[in-house]
Design a protein around this ligand. Structure first.
Ligand SMILES: C[S@@+](CC[C@H](N)C(=O)[O-])C[C@H]1O[C@@H](n2cnc3c(N)ncnc32)[C@H](O)[C@@H]1O
Length: 366
């Protein structure tokens, strides 16, 4: 702990958050506030300290060497700044610090990695990422939280905060994000990897993950907290009720696993649903097998748009204006899909082959 981290903050004069250490200031056994409204000169002795601002010995009692993140702490901290969690921004903060650690640990971050975090919040996961990574880029849409996190993370030169929406629109990330990632990666050298590690805002989790998989560089590893239902869809197998466009898109490029299911009680405020920590590992060799990744993604989306319909009618409407019915029938026959086939029964390889056959038929027809 350094003296520089001392903060004389009028909102909490008797208890300051010194980086990761909560401190209670006691003067002759009683909390005294007035002496400490300006920056005191503090000397530290083991796990106590003395303050030379007042003649009496001033004992600082170290309450904990971990940041506090209980529901009470967070609610008080936001209330002190006149704030409440904003539900439209998906502000459900993780209050179990073991799980914050689990997220960071599961990403196996190295010193030359660039880590992107979407949703800085008050910066608790960000600090752990900053301890382990070469560079952390963190994006927060809420100006109040961005300001709070900026103060919290001020002494961390490897953290860059961006204030704004991580999405330019549903299909595109904010361009600044990838520009910063590429910059940081080139600074950290050729072994540097790019990771997404976040407790994601649930309402934008799908476009964030889907869009990032289109980007260059693609994240080598993604470890994120998302809604459990979305986690189930990502890892779903053909024929199951959760299998759909997201399963096919993600599994076509990554290995996917659910690391832990989280109950609502580990968040504040509690969400209505269970959550999941998932890990995705990018497989560049799979990605390289696609002649046109954007075309593949668009085809997959349209194949699952009406998941209960027969494959033939889905493909006919998806290819309208590009292939006529006989051309669609020829492709389906060539791929061995009968009249009663449905997209949800096709495995990854069958979908990839169908999408590629449709792409080639389209080129031939144009
Ligand atoms: C689930 S909270 C996670 C906060 C913190 N990282 C934690 O682990 O407790 C999601 C955060 O994402 C922010 N957020 C929501 N939508 C966003 C968007 N489109 N772009 C950037 N940040 C967003 C919210 O304001 C909120 O702080």
């Amino acid at each position: 702990m350094s003296k520089d981290r001392w903060r004389s903050d009028n909102r909490s004069l008797s208890r300051w958050n010194l980086g990761h250490t909560r401190v209670r200031v006691l003067i002759r056994g009683k909390p005294r506030r007035n002496h400490l409204s300006s920056r005191p000169d503090v000397g530290y002795h083991g796990d106590s300290a003395c303050c030379n601002l007042v003649p009496e010995a001033c004992i600082l009692t170290f309450m904990s060497n971990q940041p506090r993140q209980t529901a009470t702490y967070l609610s008080k901290r936001l209330a002190a700044a006149g704030l409440r969690p904003v539900s439209r921004f998906g502000q459900n903060f993780l209050i179990d610090l073991n799980l914050v650690d689990l997220i960071a640990r599961s990403a196996e971050i190295r010193k030359d990695d660039v880590v992107l975090e979407i949703g800085t919040g008050v910066g608790s996961l960000t600090s752990r990422l900053s301890d382990q990574a070469g560079a952390v880029l963190t994006v927060e849409i809420d100006n109040n939280l961005h300001q709070m996190a900026s103060e919290e993370l001020a002494g961390r030169p490897n953290v860059k905060l961006i204030h704004g929406d991580a999405l330019k629109n549903k299909n595109t990330l904010r361009p600044e994000i990838m520009e910063n990632v590429r910059d940081a990666k080139s600074r950290l050298g050729e072994n540097s990897r790019f990771l997404l590690v976040s407790n994601l805002p649930y309402n934008v989790a799908t476009p964030i993950i889907s869009n990032l998989l289109h980007e260059t560089p693609t994240p080598d590893v993604i470890v994120v907290t998302i809604q459990k239902e979305m986690g189930d869809r990502i890892v779903a197998e053909p024929g199951s009720k959760d299998y759909g466009a997201l399963s096919v898109w993600v599994q076509s490029i990554c290995d996917a696993e659910i690391i832990r299911i989280l109950p609502p009680t580990v968040f504040w405020p509690r969400p209505k649903v269970h959550s999941a920590i998932i890990r995705l590992d990018h497989r560049p060799e799979r990605r390289a097998s696609f002649a046109d990744l954007d075309h593949f993604h668009a085809t997959v989306r349209s194949l699952f748009f009406h998941r209960r319909k027969f494959l033939r009618s889905v493909v006919i409407s998806a290819m309208k204006g590009r292939l006529d019915k006989p051309q669609v029938d020829a492709v389906l026959q060539q791929q061995g899909h009968g009249e009663t086939a449905r997209a949800e029964e096709l495995n990854l390889t069958q979908i990839q082959q169908l999408a590629e056959a449709l792409r080639l038929a389209e080129i031939a027809a144009s």
